[in-house]
Design a protein. Structure first.
Length: 322
């Protein structure tokens, strides 16, 4: 790797001089926030983007910046309807991709929800675990044959994985009180573990998988938080980091938050990032201090044996709904 990027790099800076014509990349959650900026930046450099969205009617106007970038940079955008909270929708979307048959050079598993009130998906899974982890698991397990040799899977994790490890005995909060942040943290740990196992299962074809903490930015993700709740969260983060002797957390602009996505998907060395957790366009160090707002990754989110057990549990849960 010839150039070093970091926390303030933007997606366009990471892709400067990179020609992606002929590449085809699936981005979930491509109509808003970091997902849309990721798709825009990739399309501006020639990528054919497949954008998975929940609502085609709303996504059409919302993805206008992606189409404009594509027209100027030689890329393209096609949208498919796919609701990660519905196995029926996932199967239908995956079926369309498989019937089309064209290979994917990368999948950027970006879509998700955060700190939702208690609820269940269409299939009865706890909303955050079901959407953030099981939805992407079900999708990728079906379309894995479409990933080209040497391809990439990049999965959205979060600093919030530090809040809670996965609970494989009760992943859907059937026998314990619900806490929205614990549920979110568990789902983000699951995302990291999914990347660990996917990487091990598919690296014989040169496919590498990694999870990403894109950085904190103001998107529609915290839609379930009031302004007071959001400000309180930012203050809690600042206090916890100060008590640990860490610098204040910096909010990223959305183009900066998209940088690690595109770095992992098309720029970084696969052997360097495979099975790892990334932040600020780099492999994050392991940091097991209990502070939930420290940087780095907790070792439990990279545990290969646990990743295997999560994979088996995920298959079991989805099979039961077939």
């Amino acid at each position: 790797m010839t150039e070093k990027f970091g926390a303030t790099s933007t997606a366009d800076e990471v892709l400067s001089g990179v020609d992606l014509k002929g590449k085809r990349i699936l981005v979930t959650g491509a109509s808003t926030g970091i997902g849309r900026e990721t798709a825009r930046s990739l399309a501006a450099h020639g990528t054919s983007i497949v954008g998975a969205v929940r609502n085609l009617a709303k996504a059409g106007p919302a993805t206008a910046p992606v189409r404009e970038a594509a027209s100027q940079g030689g890329g393209s955008l096609e949208l498919i309807e796919l609701d990660l909270a519905s196995l029926q929708s996932i199967r239908a979307g995956a079926g369309r991709l498989l019937a089309d048959g064209r290979a994917l050079d990368a999948v950027i598993a970006n879509a998700g929800v955060m700190a939702t009130p208690f609820g269940r998906t269409a299939d009865g899974f706890e909303t955050q675990f079901g959407t953030n982890h099981l939805g992407h698991f079900a999708l990728l397990d079906r379309i894995a044959p479409l990933l080209a040799n040497g391809g990439r899977l990049v999965v959205l994790s979060s600093q919030a994985h530090r809040v809670a490890d996965v609970n494989l005995d009760d992943p859907n909060f059937q026998g314990q009180p619900y806490d929205p942040w614990v549920a979110y943290g568990r789902s983000k740990t699951a995302n990291a573990l999914f990347a660990v196992k996917f990487d091990r299962r598919h690296r014989d074809r040169g496919i590498r998988a990694a999870s990403v903490m894109p950085g904190n930015s103001l998107t529609v993700l915290p839609r379930h938080l009031s302004q007071d709740d959001l400000q309180g969260l930012l203050q809690t983060v600042g206090k916890a980091r100060a008590e640990a002797g860490l610098p204040p957390a910096e909010l990223k602009e959305i183009p900066q938050a998209a940088a690690t996505w595109v770095w992992a998907a098309v720029v970084a060395d696969g052997d360097e990032i495979g099975g790892r957790y990334l932040e600020d366009c780099a492999v994050a160090p392991i940091d097991d201090r209990p502070n939930p707002f420290a940087d780095g990754v907790r070792s439990y989110a990279l545990d290969a044996a646990k990743a295997g057990r999560l994979w088996a549990k995920s298959e079991e849960l989805i099979r039961a709904k077939s």
